[in-house]
Design a protein around this ligand. Structure first.
Ligand code: ZN
Length: 285
């Protein structure tokens, strides 16, 4: 592996997730630039931010398809994706994309590329942040995340925080995480990394759980209060997961032991997704 050439921190990829935008300002004001690693910041979707919306035409964080990065597209986010790819793609660029979630996910990472560099970086961060969890969703053409522009890096997901809400604790926790990532890049380049734990727990995405629908195909209920905020707690058959509009409880009928993540993320309503389902796996560096 070569050295990290640039660290690129993205904020505002989803226009209504304002934490990242604040973190970019803090990095700029506190002048982290000009150290041993070249640091760049990039405000991904200003137009969506001005509209206080997740996106203008389509989700930017699903727009980095092969077709779009090659030929661009007509939609606002397709143009942005092409622009971002052309400016920042590179084998040795460390790309960190800051997101927030309305779900009670705590401090978490969404990883799409399991390579030695990323696993070492995660191990380094988990040593400093014992509460940091990693959701691994293998890269695929339909996910097409911003992070796919480089093999190095991942998305940060912090929550719960409402869309467009400035939450001091969430902003500061994110900033600290970014600072620790910069520290890692510097130590990695100088070859002075501390000894790292070689085993990492990943929550590997395997499926989604969908909201119940009525005969018209409309959502027919919501997350049960017993299930709300229960991210990372294994599901078992019979757990009450939904309450319907006629006040009945719906129980979980799937495989025992699957782990729910992103429960009640508001951005998933449009896809009728109630949560992601994952399996706990141990990865060795
Ligand atoms: Zn987001």
């Amino acid at each position: 592996m070569h050295k990290v050439e640039k660290v690129v921190i993205f904020g505002g990829t989803h226009g209504n997730e304002v934490t990242g935008v604040e973190v970019l300002k803090l990095l700029e004001k506190r002048n982290y630039f000009g150290k041993n690693v070249e640091l760049l910041t990039y405000f991904s979707n200003r137009k969506a931010f001005e509209l206080k919306k997740r996106y203008v035409d389509k989700d930017l964080n699903r727009s980095f398809t092969k077709e779009v990065i090659k030929n661009g597209g007509f939609l606002h986010e397709e143009r942005l994706a092409k622009e971002i790819y052309d400016k920042f793609h590179g084998e040795n660029n460390l790309v960190i994309d800051i997101h927030t979630t309305t779900s009670n996910m705590g401090k978490s990472i969404v990883l799409t590329k399991k390579n030695e560099f990323n696993l070492k970086l995660i191990s380094f961060l988990q040593d400093l942040h014992k509460d940091l969890k990693v959701f691994y969703w293998q890269e695929s053409e339909d996910l097409a995340f911003l992070n796919t522009i480089s093999p190095l890096g991942f998305a940060i997901e912090m929550g719960p925080v409402g869309n467009n809400v400035l939450d001091c604790k969430i902003i500061e926790d994110t900033l600290v995480l970014v600072e620790d990532i910069l520290d890692f890049a510097e130590k990695y380049n100088k070859n002075i990394l501390p000894s790292l734990n070689e085993e990492i727990i990943l929550y590997e995405g395997v499926d989604y759980l969908y909201y119940p629908k009525d005969e018209k195909g409309e959502r027919f209920g919501y997350i049960h209060d017993e299930f709300q905020n229960m991210n990372f707690k294994p599901l078992n058959k019979g757990d009450r997961i939904f309450k319907t509009h006629i006040d009945t409880n719906l129980e979980y009928k799937g495989e025992n032991g699957l782990i729910p993540l992103f429960i009640n993320e508001v951005a998933y309503y449009e896809k009728n997704i109630a949560c992601c389902l994952a399996k706990k796996v141990i990865e060795r560096i």
